[in-house]
Design a protein around this ligand. Structure first.
Ligand code: NAP
Ligand code: MG
Length: 405
């Protein structure tokens, strides 16, 4: 068989530890034999970031903006232990944070659903994608402990010196206060990313805040979503047969629990932080969760939602066999290849990505899986495979899928 040709390179961001080992296995067994893989390679492994004073991360993010589609391996975000372990020059920032700041995107997380790994919520039949706004609110707050009697106010001083004030509270005794902010530009980008993603996935979009209580702050989020929807997306949504639906955060939580899934749930920053952890554990496993950063101009960066699986890596270094789940990392690749294929009009690349996804699902549904899933599956006959064994089992089925068997 001739290898599938590509036109535009994918931006490939390599990473750390166990996921770096999986990365190479996936390329060697599942991609390179079938695709004339074109990538612009950036090594975001911790040593390379240290060596380049993290310039490599910035270059990789700019390349993602230039080419439009990137695929990223999990990377270490250094803490004090890692600085010692790797002898780093400094405690470099989270690569994901750096990339997000440059691409100005929203992160969408979506579970991969297979038979045998049942969601904790019985009504969920289809995936629920969480879109988390990644700027402002409590994550950029200012706080004060109020020691005693006095007046607390919000004060805005315009450039011309005029001031606007709003009373927070007349304190009779000790207490606390906190100030938050957000930006119209950031909310606007968030809204665009959500509408674009929903259109792309052909899923309804749900958005919720608490604008009955927060009549200016949360109301601004609702207004901006409304404006963007009516100005740019109303017709596109109608044509795609999907719906934009706004409600209150407490109402949406109740609806999500009774829904069958199959929609995108846009969340403010804090709501997204909390709800995405609830959703990923309720769907079964972090190793079955994909993640994609979408910027408002429709540039994409695909990755797995989990980290570098450090404990497995140390076992691997000790020469022990590991059983690390590569599904989310394989899906990061198929997501990126499919998007590249769509943008460049290469149908074979899109079909290949679909076939590889099907092969992954079949492998698990036929009872062949890694240890994390073997522990939680409801399937009766289960064969637990090691890290490479699972990828080879997927390869067998990929070849069948490609031969149309
Ligand atoms: P982690 O890598 O997600 O792993 C936590 C635990 O979850 C593992 O020890 C393992 O449990 C289980 N697990 C996660 N992914 C798995 C997989 N693919 N297959 C099987 N089991 C899996 O989180 P961490 O250990 O807290 O963090 C390790 C490093 O990852 C850190 O340096 C952190 O900075 C980085 N990180 C990177 C990203 C990213 O690049 N997007 C995200 C999060 C964390 P058992 O040990 O019980 O098997
Ligand atoms: Mg969290």
């Amino acid at each position: 068989m001739e290898k599938i040709r590509m036109i535009t390179p994918l931006v490939e961001m390599d990473g750390d530890e166990m996921t770096r080992i999986l990365w190479k296995m996936i390329k060697d067994h599942l991609l390179l034999p079938y695709i004339d893989l074109k990538t612009e390679y950036y090594d975001l492994g911790l040593m390379k970031r240290d060596e380049t004073d993290d310039q490599i991360t910035i270059d990789a993010a700019n390349a993602a903006l230039k080419y439009g589609v990137a695929v990223k391996c999990a990377t270490i975000t250094p803490n004090a232990d890692r600085v010692k372990e790797y002898g780093l020059k400094k405690m470099w920032k989270s690569p994901n944070g750096t990339i997000r700041a440059i691409m100005d995107g929203t992160v969408f997380r979506c579970p991969i659903i297979v038979k045998g790994i049942e969601p904790a919520v019985r009504s969920w039949k289809k995936p629920i994608t969480i879109a988390r706004h990644a700027y402002g609110d409590v994550y950029k707050n200012s706080e004060l402990v109020i020691p005693g009697k006095g007046t607390a106010e919000l004060v805005y001083t315009a450039d011309d010196g005029t001031q606007t004030r709003e009373l927070i509270h007349e304190f009779d005794g000790p207490g606390i206060i906190q100030g938050w902010h957000n930006l119209d530009s950031s909310i606007n980008s968030f809204a665009h990313s959500c509408f674009e993603y929903a259109l792309d996935a052909k899923h309804d979009l749900w958005f919720a805040t608490k604008d009955t209580i927060s009549k200016k702050y949360d109301a601004r989020f609702r207004e901006i979503f409304d404006q963007v929807y009516h100005a740019e997306y109303e017709n596109k949504f109608k044509e795609a047969g999907i719906v934009y639906f706004y409600t209150l955060i407490d109402d949406v939580v109740a609806r999500v629990m009774k829904s069958e899934g199959g929609f995108v749930w846009a969340c403010k920053n804090y709501d997204g932080d909390v709800m995405s952890d609830m959703l990923s554990s309720a769907f079964g496993s972090l190793a079955m969760m994909t993640s994609v950063l979408v910027n408002p101009d429709g540039k994409y960066e695909y990755e797995a939602a989990h980290g570098t699986v450090q404990k497995h890596y140390y076992k691997h270094l000790n020469g022990e066999t590991t059983s690390t789940n590569s599904v989310a990392t394989i899906y990061a690749w198929t997501g990126a290849l499919r998007k590249r294929g769509q943008l460049d009009g290469i149908d074979e690349l899109v079909s290949f990505a679909d076939a590889l996804d099907r092969a992954v699902i079949r492998t698990i549904e036929e009872g062949f899986m890694t240890g994390d899933l073997a522990l939680i599956t409801s399937a009766k006959e289960v064969t637990k495979l090691d890290s490479e064994g699972f990828i080879l089992a997927v390869k067998e089925r990929l070849e069948e899928e490609m031969n149309g068997i």
